[in-house]
Write a new protein. Structure first.
Length: 365
């Protein structure tokens, strides 16, 4: 089986969790090539035509919908099997009430307009809609993502399968001392991710301010939205929190310091408006740290009863869950073992290969 994997390669200039997952999945698939008789390429039409492949897989069509539409349309015309991994999260969760109304109306208009006319007027939502309907198979991170996709785009459930997000096993062997020696802190509250509105960092800081916890808050992340970052800094300055909050520019994912930060922390918190399910939380869980995470998205499908879940709109709830998690023993060995047994890249890559072979065989019969 020959597989063409594709996404927006310029996204790797500032990689986030989605890009990390894509690269690791690509590398793991290549490691399994002899065992499962598969050939996997990062699609490049200047090297190999789409005609060479059996199946075309686009990753992260939510962020790169126009590119996904073009790629899957080319594959469809070449009579190749088409797969879409949308990494869909509804921006609906972080909107104000008026924004939610307009977003919902926009989705409804897009669906009705395309279904009745078949015409594209080249909006991001339209390209996403069409790319989803070009795909014979849609892979989601969990039932929560499938439910939101079906709600927003009316996707046939028979075309949806779950492909879990995975984590690198190396994080289970992380050494806390590297981070402790460099920054002089341990047993802290840790946030890892982009500094952006959807990640709800400002609410985290407000919750940390009122929580009864005598430990620093460490924020590790790239600045994705500069205006929002300025709001964060202004709040910290206004409440004189600079001596309690350490902000570190995003560490490279391969950095031993990042792994060490997970191991040195006592709690990893992701109070986002939505997560599917949050790669940083999976990585931190392997180091045994306690997890506090949003209840929206697919988080409960991954962390089960081993984590604490927060309402991202409720600052008091975030503060309360931080207090509980901080006072829990570490390491959280049950969560670590559960993640290792279910969400490694080898396991997830094998499932992807199985699903792709099934798709090909379905059309050969």
């Amino acid at each position: 089986m020959k597989i063409a994997l594709y996404t927006n390669v310029t996204a790797f200039e500032a990689p986030g969790g989605a890009e990390i997952y894509f690269l690791n999945l690509l590398n793991t698939l290549r490691q399994l090539k002899d065992q499962f008789d598969v050939e996997v390429d990062l699609y490049d039409p200047l090297r190999k035509s789409i005609a060479y492949y059996d199946v075309a897989v686009f990753y992260n069509s939510t962020a790169h919908s126009a590119l996904a539409y073009d790629f899957l349309l080319v594959a469809k015309r070449a009579k190749k099997r088409t797969v879409n991994i949308p990494v869909y999260f509804s921006l609906h969760f972080s909107f104000s009430n008026i924004e939610k109304f307009l977003y919902t109306m926009g989705l409804l208009f897009v669906r009705l307009y395309i279904e009745r006319t078949g015409i594209l007027f080249r909006s991001k939502l339209e390209f996403l809609y069409k790319s989803l309907h070009l795909a014979e198979l849609i892979l989601v991170s969990g039932e929560g993502e499938a439910k939101v996709l079906n709600r927003d785009f009316k996707i046939d459930k028979q075309r949806i399968e779950i492909l879990p997000v995975a984590v690198e096993e190396k994080f289970a062997n992380s050494d806390p001392n590297l981070f402790i020696e460099k920054y002089g802190v341990s047993d802290f509250i840790l946030y890892v991710g982009k500094i952006a509105k959807r990640k709800n960092v400002l609410s985290l800081i407000k919750a940390y301010k009122i929580a009864c916890i005598d430990a620093p808050l460490v924020i590790v992340g790239h600045i994705a939205e500069y205006d929002y970052y300025q709001q964060v800094l202004e709040y910290i300055k206004k409440h004189n929190l600079f001596h309690k909050i350490l902000i570190i520019p995003g560490l490279d994912h391969s950095s031993e310091l990042l792994a060490s930060a997970y191991a040195a922390s006592r709690v990893l918190v992701l109070p986002s408006y939505y997560e599917t399910p949050g790669i940083a939380a999976l990585e931190a869980a392997l180091t045994g740290t306690n997890i506090v995470i949003t209840k929206y998205g697919t988080t409960m499908e991954y962390f089960k009863h081993y984590a604490l879940y927060v309402d991202p709109y409720n600052i008091k709830d975030i503060a309360h869950k931080l207090e509980i998690a901080y006072n829990r023993p570490k390491p959280n060995t049950k969560l670590r073992e559960y993640i290792l047994n279910n969400f490694t890249y080898t396991r997830v890559a094998r499932r992807l290969i199985t699903l792709l072979y099934r798709l090909i065989n379905q059309y050969e019969r």
